[in-house]
Design a protein around this ligand. Structure first.
Ligand code: NAD
Length: 354
């Protein structure tokens, strides 16, 4: 059993069966459980197994998917809380991936100026990334996470038990953030990850979650509101986000982590060109990522569109393209200015190594 203390709350590892003891200790008037159709089917029964005292709760069910992470769904959640007389002493449990965690946390934090919430992330991505750092919110039109706030949960239960039912593509997608944490902060962890042949059969989750969550914790505690240092977490994301948006709603849509893997290859190339990353490390990163992710060449005709998407990225201040780039495996720097032609060169590089 491991407990990681992040700012004002604990991330409990592999202990979701102690949820009900924790709840019994938290004075509350009523309990709500936010689920989608998948977590209701696969994850709620796991919680129910350990609910020996039959602590009552109301289920609020929403439809899964990023497309539903918006104000319309938030309204449904707020209305469900109102219709079931949730008061300031109620607690909302968010059982699901990053969509449920971000949106449920946002709804709880704004309902009656804020009620308590518990995060039970059920995907790898949400366990190592979304549930640590207090970012909550929803998308609006094509703008991701544009409406939201920072707030902390009562507690987070990160349990790999839930991965058994997670589709393998989702598991692999979450692994991209694990790779990223190692690349920006921990070379030893990267070397460990490089030895993993098949993510699907990997079984040393507790150690991996602990290392990855601790990296994120260290970063967000140094810079809780993302003034500067926290931007190292954006490694791979400037180009990755643009790729994710480019293919959104097409036959070749990438999951978030897949797009980030592609982004990390391009941004490792930029790290090599501009920030001292060695050629050997660049090649090691490419080989490792390409072994786990099925990526496709980017059409040259899409390059301008990708540049538009990057230029609209909120991370760029005063028109300059500022990226987080690594100088070696385990060391990342923020605010490195890149020229559009350098970014295009990195996209071409990606097409060559694929
Ligand atoms: P997701 O929440 O959409 O979940 C992916 C799919 O897996 C969904 O269909 C879900 O129903 C299903 N699912 C979840 N757990 C399952 C399980 N155990 N078994 C079977 N199916 C299961 O996606 P995600 O990758 O977890 O999260 C992506 C979201 O996280 C994005 O909205 C992103 O913006 C957000 N995010 C937030 C932060 C943050 O700091 N707050 C960081 C990274 C990502």
């Amino acid at each position: 059993m491991t407990k990681i203390q992040v700012a004002g709350y604990d991330v409990q590892l592999s202990r979701v069966n102690s949820l009900w003891d924790t709840i019994a200790q938290l004075d509350h008037s009523s309990l709500f459980m936010l689920v989608d159709e998948n977590t209701k089917k696969h994850c709620l029964p796991i919680l129910e197994e350990s609910n020996s005292e039959k602590i009552p709760y109301q289920i609020i069910q929403i439809t899964s998917g990023e497309i539903n992470k918006n104000l319309a769904t938030s309204k449904l959640i707020w209305e469900a809380l109102i219709n079931n007389n949730a008061d300031r002493n109620s607690i909302l449990i968010n059982l699901g991936g990053g969509v449920i965690g971000d949106m449920g946390g946002f709804c709880a934090s704004t309902y009656m100026r804020g009620i308590r919430f518990i995060q039970i992330p059920t995907t790898l991505l949400s366990q190592v990334d979304a549930s640590v750092g207090g970012k909550l919110g929803v998308d609006h039109k094509s703008l991701k996470n544009i409406i939201g706030l920072f707030n902390d949960p009562e507690v987070v239960f990160a349990d790999p038990l839930f991965f058994k039912t997670l589709p393998s593509r989702q598991l692999r997608s979450g692994f991209a953030e694990v790779f990223k944490h190692a690349l920006i902060k921990n070379k030893k962890h990267w070397q460990f990850l490089c030895k993993i042949e098949d993510i699907q059969t990997f079984d040393k989750w507790e150690g991996l979650l602990s290392t990855s969550i601790n990296i994120k914790k260290e970063v967000v505690e140094k810079d809780p509101l993302e003034s500067s240092y926290r931007k190292i977490l954006n490694f791979g994301h400037t180009i990755g986000h643009a790729i994710e948006s480019l293919y959104l709603n097409t036959n070749t849509a990438y999951l978030h982590g897949e797009a980030i893997a592609l982004g990390m290859i391009c941004e490792s190339y930029l790290s090599f060109k501009k920030n001292g990353l060695s050629k050997t490390s660049l090649e090691e990163i490419n080989n490792t990522l390409l072994r786990h992710y099925e990526l496709q060449k980017i059409e040259e005709t899409s390059f301008d569109h990708i540049m538009d998407l990057i230029q609209n990225d909120k991370k760029n201040s005063s028109g300059a393209l500022l990226l987080s780039l690594i100088s070696e495996i385990g060391n990342c720097h923020v605010n490195i200015q890149c020229q559009p032609k350098e970014i295009i060169e990195s996209l071409r590089y990606f097409n060559e190594v694929l």
